[in-house]
Design a binder for this molecule. Structure first.
Ligand code: B16
Ligand code: MG
Length: 216
């Protein structure tokens, strides 16, 4: 065992539904209905890249000033939705894996596209469990680019092939694969193609799984 990198939204906490709610409101303002299928393609993608996709789907072109206005508005809506998050919102299996990592000297990092990552981890009360936090403020290339995970590996000082990434998004699994890490998709609704392993949730991963897993 060498290191774990956790995605945040959709893996540690179910904030993905709040991103969806916020983008739906913004999409409606710019004149179209955002579908669940389209939303899947926003998961793991940075705020600005998400707005670009939304505008593209709506066939709408706006200037920089208006873009900034929507980005700010989206974030204000989102911050309102996540305001009451607390430790009860930590998804099943997260604490079990954090404890397993601590007991086995496996450092853990966060690899999230979100610029709200510190705020969310503080609200959940688990920020101090992460040795390294790479978020949207420290990266310039959005998942599926591997930058977020490679920076994590670099700061942890661990070879990417010895890192397990837990992700819920198509873009995130692609990013972990490009980084040559072991990608574990956690998603109850569907399997994510090309993930090294698929599980319905973190809670479904037994500790024996890690013991049997050979790092090549
Ligand atoms: P923010 P993750 C991603 O977080 C979300 O999945 C994605 O929907 C969101 O657009 C992105 O963070 C940026 O978030 O607006 O808070 O900066 O899944 O990579 O933890
Ligand atoms: Mg995610």
């Amino acid at each position: 065992m060498k290191a774990f990198i956790f995605d945040l939204d959709g893996v540690i906490v179910d904030t993905a539904k709040y991103h969806f709610k916020s983008w739906k409101i913004i999409a409606k303002k710019i004149g179209f209905k955002l579908s669940k299928t389209q939303n899947e393609l926003l998961k793991g993608v940075s705020r600005e890249e998400s707005l670009n996709k939304v505008l593209n789907w709506g066939g709408i072109s706006i200037d920089r000033l208006e873009k900034n206005k929507y980005l700010e508005e989206k974030n204000e809506l989102y911050k309102g939705f996540i305001n009451n998050l607390n430790h009860m919102d930590i998804l099943p299996g997260v604490n079990k894996l954090i404890n397993f990592a601590r007991n086995n000297n496996i450092p853990i990092a966060l690899g999230s596209a979100s610029k709200n990552a510190h705020r969310i981890l503080e609200k959940l009360g688990i920020k101090n469990k992460f040795k390294v936090i790479i978020d949207g403020n420290l990266t310039s290339k959005s998942k599926p680019h591997p930058e977020v995970f490679l920076r994590g590996a670099e700061i942890l000082g661990i070879n990417p092939k010895n890192i397990i990434v837990f992700e819920d998004s198509i873009a995130g699994i692609e990013a972990a694969n490009k980084a040559k890490m072991i990608s574990i998709a956690v998603c109850a609704k569907r399997k994510i193609k090309n993930a090294t392993f698929n599980f319905n949730s973190l809670d479904d991963i037994s500790l024996e799984f890690f013991e049997k897993l050979e790092f090549k």
